[in-house]
Design a protein around this ligand. Sequence first.
Ligand code: APR
Length: 320
Amino acid sequence: MARKKIALIGGGQIGGTLAHLAGLKEMGDIVIFDIAEGLPQGKALDLAQSAAVDGFNSTLSGTQDYKDIAGADVIIVTAGVPRKPGMSRDDLLGINLKVMKSVGEGIKANAPDAFVICITNPLDAMVWALREFSGLPHHMIVGMAGVLDSSRFQHFLADEFNVSIEDVSAFVMGGHGDTMVPLPRYSTVAGIPLPDLVAMGWTSQEKLDQIVQRTRDGGAEIVKLLKTGSAFYAPAASAIEMAQSYLKDKKRVLPVAAHLNGEYGMKDLYVGVPVVIGANGVERVVEIKLNDAEKAEFDKSANAVKELIAVCKTLEPSLA
Ligand code: APR
């Protein structure tokens, strides 16, 4: 059986980390595409030279030619610009929409059978646009956000309770922005929902509310600290988890930006919801029961994504 092929479009901070993780986990051979000449070649060579020490078998290469992504099983897209302090993800829309156009056309012409994971921000609108430009079936293209937002929530909860992060399960839905929807009722420590833990005195409602807000601001907190770019280790790890579920047909239930066609009362929209990812891509959208307050928050978040999609349509007439 031939090795799998992983194409990374964008070889910057997240792209380089993705290549490293994909190599260490022996997910397959790795091609890094980037418009910056020499950058993907340099990173590929550096990483290939780490294989002797870490003992992994992956061929790594860098390219400026979309032809080299032909036959990719999985494509992870991080091409574009990240935030600087003071910027919101939405401020990136104009520049990154143009990038999605060239990436979508490159995928359409060279690797139309791949499972595509988009990370470029503003996430939900960019994955919608990338789908339009690439023409891929909706179930074969998703956005990475919910896994990252949930892992941030898990980290803050494990810290607050002083328990292993392995026993914390957390759930964040909605768009990857200020309106994202962390769901305490569906977040647990060893199966015990957060509202029960408040009742048990493990934390206060006030502290939990602060953690929820810190989760929403999780990306901005890191941008402010780094000053020159945005988070890359946790975003890369999150996308790798999604890619593994596809490549190994694990059927993980993961929150991702997925296409909605009536689910949650939304149509032709990409937004964060739980889905099953297996060998057929998005195999099922899981519709959980939201209470009125959660549904109102989800609708608000979905509407924020709809507004961004409307802006995309005005900027790029071919999307209208
Ligand atoms: N095609 C291919 N690569 C491109 C293009 C393009 N049209 N335009 C820019 N790039 C490359 C840049 O050359 C750079 O190497 O995308 C890479 C982006 O890397 P970084 O600037 O390091 O950004 P990173 O932190 O990896 O984030 C990438 O993911 O989380 C989001 O908000 C983040 O939108 C940003 C993206």
